[in-house]
Ligand binder design. Sequence first.
Ligand code: UN1
Length: 479
Amino acid sequence: MATLTCKNYFNGRWETGVTTGISTNPSDLDDVVAEYARADKNQTDNAIRAAADASSTWAQSTPQRRFDALDQIGSELIARKDELGELLAREEGKTLAEAVGETVRAGNIFKFFAGEALRQGGERLASVRAGVDVEITREPVGVVGIIAPWNFPLAIPAWKIAPALAFGNSVVFKPAELVPACGWALAEIISRATLPAGVFNLVMGSGRQVGQALVDSPLVNAISFTGSVGTGRQILKATAERGAKVQLEMGGKNPLVVLADADLELAVECTLNGAFYSTGQRCTASSRIIVDAGIHDRFVARLRERTAALKVGHALQRDTQIGPVVDDHQLQQNLSYLEIARDEGAEHLVGGDTLQRQTRGHFMSPALFLAQSHHRVAREEIFGPVACVIRADGYEHALSLANDTPFGLCAGICTTSLKYATHFKRNAQVGMTMVNLPTAGVDHHVPFGGRKESSHGSREQGRYAAEFYTTVKTAYTLA
Ligand code: UN1
């Protein structure tokens, strides 16, 4: 397959970088997906300046203009879903079906926020003082720095860029270095949406140069970040120092509770999907399967059998269910957790082998352990196809195990009991709960985010995105 050449996009122009990087196909390491421009701090500062210069023009643009631009971007993503899905699967390694689905999702997100641009309203209240009117409106925050991860290379950038533009902000977007071609393909579509020069900028490069410049620049008013807890904490400190707005989506160690009254096949299906689809590389992945003693042995036997039967292979092959791990670093990390689990006394059930396929790739069979809540494999985010089953004695115990984690992104329960499902929805200490559904795979039009160490700041997506991408103004008038 052809190697793409991807430039950065500053101030309405395509620009070469200071250095060049390459991205490779994790299903076939001999396939170079892209050669891409890598910016340094200086180039990033230039892009930020362009965004700052353009911000007042875009802030004053009409809702119709914003609708038209975002709707056009959304339509093109959807129309090109097969081709862009193939690029995504080739560069990131999720299966073609998942990648096409993600491309459509990215398109739908742009269309949702196109509508939001038109629906922006405000409030008008009577003042407590005679003859005075009070209006409450939302205004753009200015320049938004967007730092995106590699695991959803179209959908996550979409759910940050679309609301930023819809609410009148200008954007400097840094994609992850493992997926520059996806970031570039999205930028290329945005570049043809007739935005004023500088409103949208693509800056590829390292976290140390590009990311740091975004985080430190006094011209960047807000940072939206999805990635690791460690980087998120550094960003929080740096942005707190200069008073910038910040939104962080970080890790997860999401529980899926299976009660004794659960539909067994449905519970196994939810587990396979939540734990292993997208190669377990989702912050919403179910990595702690908390199973009531009353169903434990039957559930584990069936889950083990179904896990062993999953087809691991090249992301572009039609019958592949689990694509490769994204890179060697992540693969080594996954393998090291298998060691840690064994050393701590967790019982290995199935999987965890590196696999040879026709092409050289980072293939690994999904791994399952029986673990206890204090084991590291049950506490730390692995971000790979590694899950553990923890035995619980009854619902109350299962709920306390579910909440026994520093993270709080999402939590699921499989049960036919309305009473337990309702109690769980109310008492799981997370931002999202799922009943009889996988913890991963969320809708695009409702809020996304968590609590505790998973998230910081206001929610992403849906109408709640306005909280981050706007600032509120209260206006008093004596008529
Ligand atoms: C999903 O599960 O559909 O990085 C989305 C992640 C999340 C997105 C998950 N921010 O995995």
